[in-house]
Ligand binder design. Structure first.
Ligand code: GRF
Length: 201
């Protein structure tokens, strides 16, 4: 089987992108990153991609009046090369259902909680970790899931858990959760590639 071609969509730091770049550098990893797309021209992740010799495209949502037009340009950028999976990695725009439905079971996202807990609109970044602490949770983690039009409700591919410590702040929790995401995202892609292989056998 040929490797999966990934498009990684980012908005910021791109540490999850970096984890995918590092995974793809392993000779047995069943995927490669074909393009990195950012809606934010200042995203640090764009430097990470360029340093790794990966093609980058910036499509700034602020240049568009309508979400559909923004997404049409994302689609056009994706159409320039074969793409098997779109990996959202800290991509801070919500995709419309017509975009998502064009890529059934082919868009993945990483979310910094144990979905379905602490998911949905407004539950992103530090808000999630704050809510976890306020709710008195003893356990949190991350979820790699398929994207469906309903935000954060797509089927979970895998989760990694960690304990919430009494002394945790949203910042310390974020740090440990992100580290789990870095392991989880490549693992989810390996899992998808091996399922695909089984289907082909
Ligand atoms: C991750 O925790 C992700 O779950 C959330 O934003 C963070 C992105 O971090 N949506 P990075 O840009 O990959 O460093």
């Amino acid at each position: 089987m040929s490797d999966l071609n990934l498009a990684v969509l980012i908005s910021g730091n791109g540490s999850n992108l970096q984890a995918l770049i590092d995974a793809c550098a392993q000779s047995d990893f069943p995927a490669q990153i074909s393009v990195v797309i950012s809606n934010n021209p200042e995203a640090y992740g764009l430097h990470r991609a360029r340093d790794a010799g990966i093609k980058t495209v910036t499509i700034n949502h602020k240049d568009y009046n309508r979400r559909e037009e923004f997404e049409a340009d994302i689609q056009a950028a994706l159409d320039k090369q074969p793409i098997d999976l779109i990996c959202l990695a800290g991509f801070m725009r919500i995709l419309t259902s017509s975009f998502v439905e064009r890529w059934p079971n082919r868009i993945l996202n990483t979310h910094p909680s144990l979905l379905p807990k602490f998911g949905g609109e407004g539950m992103y970044g530090m808000n999630v970790h704050k809510a976890v602490i306020e709710a008195g949770e003893t356990e949190t983690g991350c979820s790699i899931h398929y994207v469906i039009p309903e935000v954060d409700q797509g089927p979970v591919i895998l989760q990694k858990t960690l304990d919430v410590r009494a002394e945790d702040t949203p910042e310390t929790l974020r740090e440990r959760v992100v580290a789990r995401e870095h392991a989880a995202y490549p693992e989810a892609i390996r899992l998808i590639a091996s399922e695909k292989l089984k289907k082909q056998a």
